[in-house]
Design a protein around this ligand. Structure first.
Ligand code: COA
Length: 190
């Protein structure tokens, strides 16, 4: 099994998943506030299967969705990281940056700070030329993170998420892009 790199900034640690994360992860995946912009919440088995896929992605790509820890606050608040989408669209293959945090940890800037760590790794270490992010058009909190990161949306990139049925209100998605040339690394305090 490959070793998962840990990334750290002022308040945040992006680290390998631990078995103890599975329970709080399942709890957030069954919270309707966290899952508002997904077709449904996840059962414990579906949540565990997602952790298994995240681990597999780490061994295949050396990056994935890291577990997010806020030392002194909580050992696990959700995930943030980089992933290769499994579906096909006009912008794939690509690497996306994504996030999902437990409701009680929203509104503190943790998602943006964690995403900056992941983007820094993607551009500086993996030498990616571009990272994308996407969300249901109505997921304004997630879009606000993309905008805080300096990502840009071109309405011509909007798309219908392939596994969401026609007519479903979450089907229309917006795509944001960030090129390596327009990414400025934050000052990281290790
Ligand atoms: C999307 C999601 C991660 C955004 O979380 P968030 O906490 O709103 O985002 P940030 O970490 O960037 O925090 C920004 C907020 O923290 C506030 N904040 C407080 N202290 C801060 C600090 N020290 N530094 C920066 N921001 C701070 C900001 O003012 C901002 O507040 P606002 O929402 O009132 O404008 C979260 O809503 C979530 O997990 N949603 C469910 C899952 C989901 O939809 N994922 C995306 C699928 S595409």
């Amino acid at each position: 099994m490959s070793t998962v790199v840990t990334l750290a900034s002022g308040r945040i640690r992006l680290r390998a998943w631990r078995d103890e994360d599975r329970e709080p992860f399942a709890a957030m995946n069954s919270d309707p506030r966290v899952m508002e912009f997904f077709q449904s919440g996840l059962s414990r088995a579906e949540s565990d299967a997602m952790v298994d896929r995240i681990q597999k992605h780490f061994s295949e790509h050396s990056f994935s969705l890291w577990a997010v820890e806020v030392p002194g606050v909580a050992p696990f608040i959700g995930f943030t990281g980089l992933a290769v989408p499994r579906f096909s669209a006009h912008f794939t293959p690509c690497v996306e940056v994504g996030w999902r945090l437990a409701f009680e940890h929203w509104g503190r800037g943790y998602a943006t700070e964690a995403a900056r760590l992941a983007l820094g790794y993607g551009f500086a270490t993996l030498a990616l030329s571009e990272v994308v992010s996407y969300a249901s058009a109505t997921n304004l909190r997630s879009r606000a993170v993309m905008e805080r990161l300096g990502m840009r949306r071109d309405p011509a990139d909007d798309f219908d998420y392939p596994t969401i049925p026609e007519g479903h209100p979450l089907r229309r998605h917006v795509l944001y892009r960030l090129g390596a040339d327009s990414y400025s690394a934050p000052v990281v305090d290790e």
